[in-house]
Design a protein around this ligand. Structure first.
Ligand code: DGJ
Length: 544
């Protein structure tokens, strides 16, 4: 395969690792998304892949030297994927001159550690602000205009309503994707891309620059109106209600069609961010079509006054109630993702699974509760994967994350085979919800949290239930008892025919102790200890 460098742009490849990377064109088998029943899965090298990830701190990947001692620790923590920043300012220090040395270095080190990468494109926006654009963009506000407040004062945030902003970002992102296609099109070390980071307007509910005011007063774009009419019956309920309350109009200004208020400002911004980021994503996909997602700074709870309103959190990011504006504006974006730094995890998963949006959690926590969330994501919410933020401080080989991912990685193939097909589920337990029942096959399974078991016991756990035969289950649990009832015939009782603890080694079940007596409470339940997640395989029978 020919080297395809130095064609339209001057490409600076100043770092040795680039030469070591394979210079090949994308194979048709590049990572992609695929439906299985109700689930959407990430397919890597022809097989479903569960992302057991963690995200680096923002600045870590700006220095390969800084990263060097981290790789070993990351691999020892049983992750399979690292989420790492690619910053526009470092990649295009001069307009049209690209430096891929950091990207190449990351790829090479990840390969050495047998890890995959998800790259985070910190382009026009990072957490509602613009700080990662190159200096030649930052210092030329004539050419690259900013958002303004109602007094005409600029905010440190590039406006979405500028073709110059959008095109400069899209050109850089396309160059990155082209390069990835060339150096990684065969090996597939990079498996997904995040486009921008937690976008939206902070401090204001919308852009109030003259151009934005004009767009806000003008008619709602025909593309969005068409989308609304075509998807009228399946719109996210909050949006449908606003549209309905204003009379289901098929044309008019934003306030005429959706009513005046903060929510309409937010919807207007969501459409504009969706258009812009969708354009950036599409430009990248035209070069190398990896799956792409956008992450979201979520609305905060009432404990953080002000942060529960658009502008208190970035207004226009892909929050659940404006998902349709993002879908309509940016169809090249495959996944709209929540960064879950709030407590009500299950609610947010449910809201982000609406209208078939695949679930991927790019940022969250990595403690015991985070591990419980990772297990629930895979088992209960058909998720593509999970990633706590701040890997640099989460990598102790015997830390919660490492122990949790150790168990989860063993059963990942079993889960992936069954996601979306009603053969795997999970129950998330904590002090507020110490018991939960789930139905799987012909059995109802109840998990009971045994809080405080063992030193430093977890404050939240997940029971993961995988059906492997009509009466056979693989169960992953910690600090809990697990009870079975017949789901179909209440006159019957359920007994334990065989219970084994054990491990999956290279996909093969290797039994340890045969569990019975005191290790199976009341002769009918499974018991999981408090130190770490363990795996038990059970065969059930019925009697009357
Ligand atoms: C959310 C952002 O998306 C991350 O980049 C990082 O800044 C974290 N917050 C810090 O907690």
């Amino acid at each position: 395969m020919k080297l395809r460098t130095l064609i339209t742009t001057a490409i600076l490849i100043s770092f040795a690792p680039a030469a070591a990377l394979s210079q090949t064109k994308a194979s048709p088998n590049i990572p992609h998304l695929q439906r299985q029943g109700t689930a959407t899965q990430l397919i890597v090298d022809g097989k479903p892949f569960l992302v057991l990830g963690a995200e680096l701190n923002n600045s870590s990947a700006s220095s390969l030297e800084y990263m060097r001692p981290l790789w070993g620790r990351i691999a020892a923590a049983n992750l399979n994927t690292v989420l790492a920043t690619v910053s526009w300012e470092l990649m295009e220090p001069e307009e049209g001159h690209f430096d891929f040395s950091l990207v190449d270095g990351l790829i090479q080190e990840a390969r050495r550690s047998n890890l995959r990468l998800i790259l985070l494109w910190f382009g026009s926006w990072k957490n509602g602000k613009s700080t990662y654009q190159p200096v030649w963009v930052k210092t030329n506000q004539q050419r690259f205009p900013l958002i303004q407040d109602e007094k005409g004062k600029g905010l440190p945030t590039l406006t979405t309503l500028s073709d110059a902003n959008r095109d400069a970002d899209a050109r850089a992102f396309a160059a990155l994707m082209k390069h990835l296609g060339e150096v990684d099109g065969e090996a597939h070390t990079v498996i997904m891309m995040q486009v921008e980071n937690e976008v939206g307007v902070l401090g204001q509910s919308r852009d109030r620059s003259p151009v934005a005011n004009q767009a806000f007063a003008a008619s709602v774009p025909a593309e969005f109106m068409d989308y609304l009419q075509k998807h009228k019956d399946t719109l996210i309920p909050e949006l449908r209600k606003r549209w309905e309350a204003a009379g289901f109009k098929t044309s008019g200004s934003w306030e005429q069609v959706f009513g005046a208020g903060l929510e309409t400002d937010e919807l207007f911004m969501a459409w504009n961010y969706g258009r812009y980021v969708g354009h950036v994503a599409a430009s990248g996909k035209a070069e190398y079509p990896l799956p792409m997602f956008v992450n979201t700074w979520l609305r905060q709870g009432p404990d953080k006054p002000g942060e529960d309103k658009p502008g208190g959190y970035p207004s226009g990011g892909p929050l659940p109630w404006v998902l349709d504006a993002w879908r309509a504006g940016g169809p090249a974006i495959d996944i709209l993702s929540p960064d879950v730094h709030v407590p009500n995890y299950s609610d947010w998963c449910g809201w982000y699974m609406q209208s078939g949006n695949p679930l991927f959690i790019p940022e969250s926590r990595g403690d015991a509760r985070g591990v419980a969330w990772a297990m629930a994501t895979a088992g209960r919410y058909d998720g593509i994967g999970y990633s706590p933020f701040g890997i640099d401080r989460l990598t102790a080989p015997d830390g919660e994350l490492a122990k949790g991912y150790q168990a989860l990685s063993q059963v990942a193939p079993l889960i992936l085979e069954r996601q979306g097909l009603g053969k795997v589920t999970a129950a998330l337990l904590d002090k507020e919800t110490p018991k939960a029942k789930v139905r799987l096959g012909d059995y109802t399974i109840e998990a009971r949290f045994r809080e405080g078991r063992g030193p430093g016991g977890p404050d939240a756990v997940t029971g993961l239930f995988i059906q492997v035969g009509p009466d056979d289950y693989v169960i992953v649990g910690r600090s809990m008892g697990v009870y079975f009832e017949p789901a179909t015939d209440p006159a019957q009782s359920v007994g334990l025919a065989v219970v084994e603890e054990g491990q999956y080694v290279d996909g093969r079940w290797v039994p340890g102790r045969r569990l019975n007596g005191d290790e199976t409470p009341e002769w009918k339940a499974l018991s999981f200890g408090g130190d770490r997640y363990t795996i038990q395989k059970v065969k059930l029978y019925r009697y009357r």
